[in-house]
Design a protein around this ligand. Structure first.
Ligand code: APR
Length: 318
């Protein structure tokens, strides 16, 4: 059977449409369907990309329905409501949980065997909601998690160290947002542990520099939102990167929000950890050997997320 490289994107808003455009210009898909409750919006986005088709690798790009997800290899969920001014985080969790649950129930009905990537925020809780609702095994349902934060971290280190970002290997794990954690103990520059590299580097950084860089990374999303109202380019590239790893069966190590099943004694919560990603989704989770302090922070974040998840589940059944 010829591989179709078919992707469905649910939610053709800023993130969904930019992801569609990114997949199209990277030539990664031969078929791409956009699904949104606002059908006209999905149609408009598909049309806009289609008008550039003479300059793209050929692909069938269209607005569709859940029936069109049947043979999709990857489904990306970016549908959701933005946080309204004054709205609590809890309210946002409950409204987006309803949306994710409805969407995944539709996918259960129509999609044969997709890998589902959730981008809707708060992404770790929305990934958990999808993992619990989906008929797919947990390795096929995960969130974009801290991969965007990891990219921002590598960019910030690249700027600071004057080294290109691809030579920097440093992860942010945990929660995408408040509870994210930079893994300094394993960060390296082309295999050289960062502490060793700093000793031989001719740049002199203050001891506070690490914390400063991390805070800049943690708050980077809010900074973009303050300046331009929304973030979508970098998250679209993040989603396209994960999709590429799946479609090409790359076995790439990417930090995604995955269902934890015993790592550091943590269960039943979805959080950012590196995993080997390829055909069929997560092929292997990499249980990082964190320092003791890092373990404590990771466990503390898991506890916060568990409380929020419990509240989310109880509210759903009210
Ligand atoms: N089914 C399908 N589409 C839906 C549904 C639903 N039940 N509910 C909302 N949508 C669609 C909206 O019609 C809209 O087109 O989801 C889209 C959301 O788009 P935007 O409001 O532009 O939001 P965006 O900036 O794209 O962010 C989407 O991704 O990164 C995250 O935090 C971000 O949670 C947010 C999500």
């Amino acid at each position: 059977m010829v591989k179709k490289n078919k992707v469905a994107i649910i939610g053709a808003g800023q993130v969904g449409a930019t992801t569609a455009f990114t997949l199209a210009i990277k030539g990664l898909v031969s078929e791409l369907v956009l699904i949104d409750i606002d059908k006209e919006k999905a149609e408009g986005e598909a049309l806009d990309i289609n008008h550039g088709m003479p300059f793209l690798n050929p692909a069938k790009i269209y607005a569709g329905t859940y029936a069109d997800t049947k043979d999709a290899e990857v489904v990306i969920i970016t549908a959701g409501l933005p946080r309204r001014p004054g709205q609590s985080r809890r309210d946002l969790i409950h409204s987006n949980n309803r949306i994710i649950t409805d969407i995944v129930q539709q996918l259960n009905k129509y999609a044969d065997d997709p890998v589902i990537i959730v981008a809707t925020n708060p992404v770790d809780l929305m990934a958990l909601s999808a993992q619990k609702t989906s008929k797919q095994p947990k390795n096929k349902v995960f969130g974009s998690g801290t991969l965007l934060d990891t990219a921002r971290f590598r960019f910030a280190l690249a700027q600071n160290c004057k080294i290109e970002a691809r030579s920097i290997h440093a992860d942010i794990i945990g929660e995408h947002g408040e509870g994210e954690l930079p893994v300094w103990s394993l960060a390296n520059i082309s295999g050289i542990p960062i502490a060793v590299y700093c000793d031989v580097c001719d740049r002199i950084c203050e001891p506070e520099k690490r914390e400063e860089l991390f805070v800049e990374v943690r708050d980077a999303g809010m900074e973009v939102i303050r300046k331009k109202g929304a973030t979508y380019y970098a998250i679209a590239l993040t989603l396209a990167r994960i999709t590429e790893a799946i479609l090409r069966d790359e076995h790439s190590v990417l930090t995604v929000s995955l269902y934890l099943d015993g790592y550091l004694g943590i269960n039943d919560v979805s959080m950012g950890l590196p995993a080997v990603i390829g055909s069929g989704g997560i092929q292997r989770v990499i249980n990082l050997p964190l320092s003791l302090d890092e373990q404590k922070s990771f466990i503390a974040t898991a506890e916060v997320l568990k409380e929020l998840a419990k509240d989310m589940e109880e509210f759903k059944h009210q």
